[in-house]
Design a protein around this ligand. Structure first.
Ligand code: HEC
Ligand code: HEC
Length: 466
């Protein structure tokens, strides 16, 4: 009896500990300005979009990986189930790349489309953020199992091991950092942070000791669509990605890169990747649109929204504004995180910043007002994906605190525009989005509250046309 009680108290303690979310970073985000315009920086020109797409599907940018023969059988199975196979290898799904590393070994790893593609009405849309990813499981046991297989099957002196070692080292450094609190959010920022801390900033080689510490709290975000990057002067929700985009884009993808010599080859190929991203267009709204209502909505949008989000149609403008936290009032944690992370200093001293073309991490204390092209397809909304539909976004009182969707398919709500969802009474469901977890709040962006409900309908009708 005593033992049981003890166990019970122990468990309770554990639960309390889990829910107190220790070590959440805070930063001074008070500002005396309301918004700032991000200036443009020079970008690499003249890339070939077709080559860029091919490189994203099958290039060697991840730098190392698991031997293809270990994955071949499973790859074929996955490819059969996936709605799209890799353009350049029918035997693997679109989100996996098979490539040769410098010693000639053929390896596999995930590619950009594991996070930057998703299915709408049964069709895979390249460039749409993957709304269905699930990073709630810790992958360290998986990493260890692969390592044991590698040691037993090939041995540490084999060429297979040489082609895998960097991947293994960096992967092991990231597994605890990328376990998310809920389904559908993406830990790419943590992945970059955890991976880069093990790299020598000058030559990018692996170092057993970390160059900076990272927080315990695992923050994650929604995934932005890639077709907006061409309008932007800085990348990422916080606008922290400044300077040359080819260098910035590599960051999340060079997980297993051996060194800066390899990184240089990747950067040169990313001129083509950038060209592919720059020609990407959003998918058109696939259902009927009430044109008269949409044109009423256009006028309202231009009065209430354009100063931050720009204009669309015949006159395309985009102001590239970062909006201060005191004005936007959305969840501050992702921004706090970016402002306090050791990756900023590391990055600004590293090969990424010191060699040409120059890139850097520099934030203003706010969130970027994004372009709204293809906004109908990119639910859930806000940087943390806390709001399931446009109607909820534009009427803050209507936003659900706990909501659940059928994450296996894009269950589209034509009325509210976004995800069909069920309101829950608490966050206990495995697939429930819980807005009470730090970093996942649905507060802020109250600009739609000023509209009447018929005005809101008109604005939403207009948003379908973008
Ligand atoms: C593990 C998932 C993941 C992978 C892999 C990944 N990304 Fe991303 N990407 C993200 C997330 C999440 C963001 C948003 C981060 C932020 O804004 O703070 C992002 C942001 C971006 C942006 C900025 C968009 C904007 O509007 O600011 C671009 C462009 C981009 N990624 C391109 C790529 C390319 C190209 C690759 C492959 C070489 C890639 N990403 C690999 C998850 C990923
Ligand atoms: C003062 C500037 C400002 C005004 C005015 C403004 N917005 Fe925003 N909007 C933002 C910012 C900043 C974000 C990103 C906030 C975040 O993710 O935390 C945003 C996000 C959004 C998003 C979600 C984007 C996404 O990809 O998740 C939509 C949709 C949107 N706004 C529509 C509107 C509409 C419609 C209006 C007019 C009724 C409007 N906004 C007025 C600054 C503004």
């Amino acid at each position: 009896m005593k033992k049981k009680l003890f166990l019970g108290i122990g468990l309770l303690f554990l639960l309390v500990a889990c829910h107190s979310y220790k070590n959440i970073p805070t930063a001074d985000t008070s500002t005396d300005w309301k918004s700032k315009v991000i200036p443009p920086s020079p970008q690499q020109q003249g890339g070939d979009p077709e080559k860029g797409l091919q490189y994203m599907f099958s290039g060697e940018y991840v730098g190392s990986g698991i031997p293809y023969e270990l994955f071949e059988k499973q790859g074929k199975k996955l490819a059969k189930k996936a709605p799209l196979s890799n353009n350049f290898n029918e035997d693997i799904p679109y989100f996996v790349s098979v490539f040769e590393v410098a010693n000639g070994e053929k390896v596999v790893s995930g590619n950009c489309f594991s996070c930057h593609a998703a299915t709408v009405n049964g069709e895979v849309i390249l460039g749409l953020g993957n709304y269905a990813s699930d990073f709630r499981n810790n992958l360290s046991a998986f990493g260890k199992a692969i390592k044991t297989t590698m040691r037993v099957k090939y041995g540490k002196d084999s060429p297979e091991w040489a082609a895998y070692e960097n991947f293994s080292n960096f992967f092991a450094a990231t597994t605890d950092a990328i376990e998310t609190h809920q389904v559908g959010v993406n830990p790419a920022a943590r992945l970059a942070e955890a991976c880069m801390k093990q790299r020598n900033p000058i030559d990018l080689t692996y170092s057993k000791t970390a160059f900076y510490e990272i927080d315990d709290y695992n923050i994650a975000s929604d995934v932005p669509p890639l077709w907006n990057a061409k309008k932007k002067n800085a990348l990422y929700y916080t606008g922290i990605g400044r300077g040359d985009f080819t260098k910035l884009l590599m960051q999340a993808s060079v997980l297993g890169s051996p060194d800066s010599t390899h990184a240089r080859t990747v950067q040169q190929n990313f001129v083509d990747v950038l060209a592919w991203i720059n020609q990407l267009e959003p998918p058109a709204y696939p259902y009927p649109i009430d044109k008269a209502l949409a044109s009423e909505g256009k006028a309202l949008f231009e009065d209430h929204c354009s100063k931050c989000h720009g204009t669309y149609g015949e006159v395309e403008t985009y102001p590239n504004k970062v909006v201060a936290l005191s004005v936007i009032q959305t969840d501050p944690l992702y921004l706090n995180y970016a402002m306090t992370s050791g990756i900023t200093d590391w990055y600004n001293k590293s090969w990424f910043a010191t060699s040409s073309p120059h890139s850097e991490l520099r934030s203003y204390e706010g969130y970027v007002a994004p372009p709204l092209d293809g906004i109908w397809a990119t639910a859930p909304y806000l940087h943390n994906g806390a709001v399931p539909t446009l109607e909820d976004l534009l009427n803050s009182e209507q936003r659900p605190k706990f909501w659940q969707r059928d994450i296996s398919d894009y269950d589209f709500d034509e009325q509210k525009v976004g995800w069909k969802y069920e309101v829950k009474s608490n966050g206990s469901g495995k697939k429930t989005y819980d807005t009470t977890i730090p970093g996942y709040g649905n507060m802020g962006h109250y600009f739609g509250d000023k509209l009447t409900s018929s005005e809101r309908k008109a604005v939403i009708e207009y948003l379908k046309t973008l």
